[in-house]
Design a protein around this ligand. Structure first.
Ligand SMILES: Cc1cc2nc3c(=O)[nH]c(=O)nc-3n(C[C@H](O)[C@H](O)[C@H](O)COP(=O)(O)OP(=O)(O)OC[C@H]3O[C@@H](n4cnc5c(N)ncnc54)[C@H](O)[C@@H]3O)c2cc1C
Length: 405
């Protein structure tokens, strides 16, 4: 394990160069190249995404026009060390997820599904040949991925209850079943489908290519959170997939856990970004909004909320930094990622609520951005394992006793 107790050499960079909401200067842990990347992501999100995203959110549309710009940032599969992948490590990957969510949690989720869940399935569960085939075009975002695990009748209990079936017929597999909530699915080029092998009852992963006969979608309507993300129900009716598209190293449900451990950290970072964005909007607003002849930021009770928000953001960032360092050192356990996800999402939910509070009535108007972050936080709170599920994972680790059923 490398020495992770010392700050990187940051040359002439001063603590003040970090935005105010990075109160303890965590970004200074990154080397210069990674800080440059973070700044490019910040610039793209601020200039290209923030001015247009409320319109897409209202219309529940995905901004396909922004994909080339996201691709040019080179952040898809940022942490993975696979063919064509950037291999930049977990810490900068997490900070980039935070940076995306700080402006827009939907874009962060789109990237998390494509670059985290879908690319992660190929990287962690695919053969060398499959990695060579799919990862380089996915890293360039020429092929977009989705990840289909959850089903209409089973979410938290998916490990035992996964019902989508896979039956081998010669050099092909036949998939039947239903999936729900699958981000990017309706426009993805590659959909990773997790299904139970009828022969040995083990869960296996299959990469189903766009246009495969028997796979149809119903885009989910009327969401009150992450409206930009296109979630779909997937219907699989006798879908034939070649053996060459079965992820060769996915042998049981445990394989999905290997992917989710990493992506759950990404969601912890997203939650911190969502909270951080809300804090920044709130701070700016309270310094300009005047009541009783003074900026509302001058009132003690408003400062109390601002400082509590900053405390939440800073505590979550600290926890996530350490867990990402463990991930880079190959030491991250399921319970570490679960603690970070549960903690960061609870703290996010508090922080966005306080931000909304200090904006008064304007807190529910999309134009001030905080309202969108409040709504989007609700989805982040539930996906990639609810607070209860992640708590039970940590509870089992610290007591040695499983309380799941
Ligand atoms: C916006 C969004 C995007 C998503 N994207 C994807 C995706 O791309 N791919 C994918 O596969 N899935 C995706 N999901 C699914 C997501 O992972 C599930 O919603 C999540 O796992 C929870 O499952 P559920 O919604 O079925 O809730 P349920 O499992 O029905 O849980 C309902 C409530 O019961 C609680 N509960 C359940 N069991 C217990 C227990 N033993 N003890 C205590 N409490 C319990 C839960 O914590 C929760 O509060 C997405 C979900 C959302 C909302």
């Amino acid at each position: 394990m490398s020495d992770i107790t010392e700050l990187q050499d940051v040359g002439d960079v001063e603590l003040e160069d970090s935005p105010l909401s990075d109160f303890l200067g965590f970004e200074l842990l990154l080397d210069e190249e990674d800080r440059d990347l973070l700044l490019r992501v910040r610039e793209f999100m601020t200039r290209e995404v923030e001015p247009v995203i409320n319109g897409y959110w209202t219309r529940a549309e995905f901004p396909h026009d922004l994909v080339p710009g996201l691709a040019a940032l080179g952040i898809a599969g940022l942490a993975y060390d696979g063919p064509g992948c950037p291999a930049r490590g977990a810490l900068v990957d997490g900070m980039v997820a935070m940076e995306l969510a700080r402006v827009d949690p939907s874009i962060a989720t789109f990237m998390g599904v494509h670059g985290g869940l879908a690319m992660g399935s190929v990287q962690l569960c695919g053969s060398d040949e499959q990695r060579e085939r799919w990862l380089p075009p996915m890293a360039r975002m020429e092929l977009i991925g989705a990840f289909g695990l959850t089903e209409p009748d089973v979410g938290s209990a998916i490990s035992a209850g996964l019902a989508t079936s896979a039956r081998r017929e010669g050099e092909e597999w036949v998939l039947d079943g239903e999936k729900k909530w699958i981000g990017n699915a309706a426009f993805a080029d590659l959909v990773v489908i997790w299904a139970r092998d009828e022969a040995d009852q083990q869960v296996k992963g299959f990469v189903v290519e766009k246009g495969t006969a028997g796979m149809t979608f119903d885009t989910q309507q009327d969401k009150i959170a992450l409206r930009v993300v296109q979630n779909a129900e997937i219907h699989l009716r006798g879908v034939r997939v070649p053996e060459a598209n079965r992820l060769q190293r996915a042998t049981s449900f445990r394989s999905t856990a290997d992917v989710l451990r990493v992506t759950r950290m990404g969601v912890a970072w997203q939650a911190t970004g969502c909270a951080r964005g809300a804090f920044e909007h709130a701070l700016r607003y309270t310094k300009t909004r005047e009541q009783f002849g003074k900026p509302i930021a001058s009132f003690q009770m408003v400062q109390d909320l601002l400082v509590k928000m900053l405390g939440n953001v800073t505590a979550s960032t600290a926890m996530n930094v350490r867990a990402s360092q463990l991930q880079d050192a190959g030491l991250l356990q399921d319970e570490h990622a679960s603690l970070c996800k549960a903690h960061s999402t609870v703290r996010m939910r508090e922080a966005v609520g306080w931000a909304r509070e200090v904006l008064g009535g304007n807190g529910i108007l999309l134009e001030h951005h905080v309202g969108r972050l409040v709504a989007d936080a609700e989805a982040i709170y539930s996906y990639e394992g609810t607070r209860e599920m992640n708590t039970l994972i940590v509870g089992r680790a610290i007591t040695g006793l499983s309380a799941f059923v």
